[in-house]
Design a protein around this ligand. Structure first.
Ligand code: AP5
Ligand code: MG
Length: 189
């Protein structure tokens, strides 16, 4: 399988569909959010830095994230493709990812964009707050994450469009339908 960049707002299902895609195509998976939460749990210096940003719903600095991404990518076994979940989130990160992969004789593959209405996103994240207790899943921080997504990350969709690899999937109320549309597309890659 080609590399996949899974892209969408907080709660759009990046992690959920990544798990399904990984199971079907036996790919590697990098979730930068999961990497940072593990650092926080382990009480590392990086974790302490990350917590300050995550709790405020803000993005970490690009230079730091690009470094983390490259280290995580280089530690993965190669050959079956990687799904990038939560990275890139800015144009600078996207340019860096493209260059990093090119330096390694690889490319970005396809971008899978998840479009979900904001009421549904909010309901999902408030429900996850009850089920999993993620620190940034409170209404105030969720609203900040939505605002950061709209201002800093959403414009990237156009960047992927220009790269010719943007493929959009819109939530119509059924997870099964969403998944079958995504799989129908990925099966052809
Ligand atoms: P990150 O962990 O990436 O969070 P996010 O983008 O806010 O997205 P989520 O993980 O909340 O949502 P998701 O799209 O994965 O949805 P999920 O599948 O869980 O980043 C967290 C923070 O880390 C950032 O705010 C930033 O501070 C920092 N960070 C990370 N990467 C960075 C970067 N590159 N640069 C700078 N900073 C970075 O689904 C949500 C819930 O909905 C789940 O509970 C799921 O079970 C449920 N659900 C219910 N129905 C459905 C359905 N039909 N489909 C999918 N999910 C459903
Ligand atoms: Mg996630």
């Amino acid at each position: 399988m080609k590399n996949i960049i899974i892209f969408g707002a907080p709660g759009s299902g990046k992690g959920t569909y990544s798990d399904e895609i990984v199971a079907r195509y036996e790919m590697g998976h990098i979730s930068t959010g999961d990497v940072l939460r593990a650092e926080i749990k382990n009480g590392t210096e990086l974790g302490k830095t990350a917590k300050g940003y995550i709790d405020q719903g803000q993005l970490l600095p690009d230079s730091l994230m690009i470094d983390i991404l490259a280290k995580t990518y280089d530690a993965l076994p190669k050959g079956k493709g990687v799904i990038f979940d939560g990275f890139p989130r800015t144009i600078a990160q996207a340019e860096a990812l493209k260059q990093m992969l090119a330096e390694r004789g690889d490319d970005m593959g396809v971008m899978v964009e998840l479009i979900v209405d904001e009421d549904t996103l909010l309901k999902r994240l408030l429900n996850r707050a009850i089920e999993q207790g993620r620190a940034d899943d409170n209404e105030e921080t969720i609203k900040k994450r939505f605002a950061v997504y709209h201002s800093q990350t959403e414009p990237l969709a156009e960047w992927f469009q220009k790269e010719g690899i943007r493929h959009t999937f819109t939530w119509k109320g059924s997870k099964e339908q969403m998944l079958s549309e995504i799989f129908a597309f990925l099966d052809k890659q």
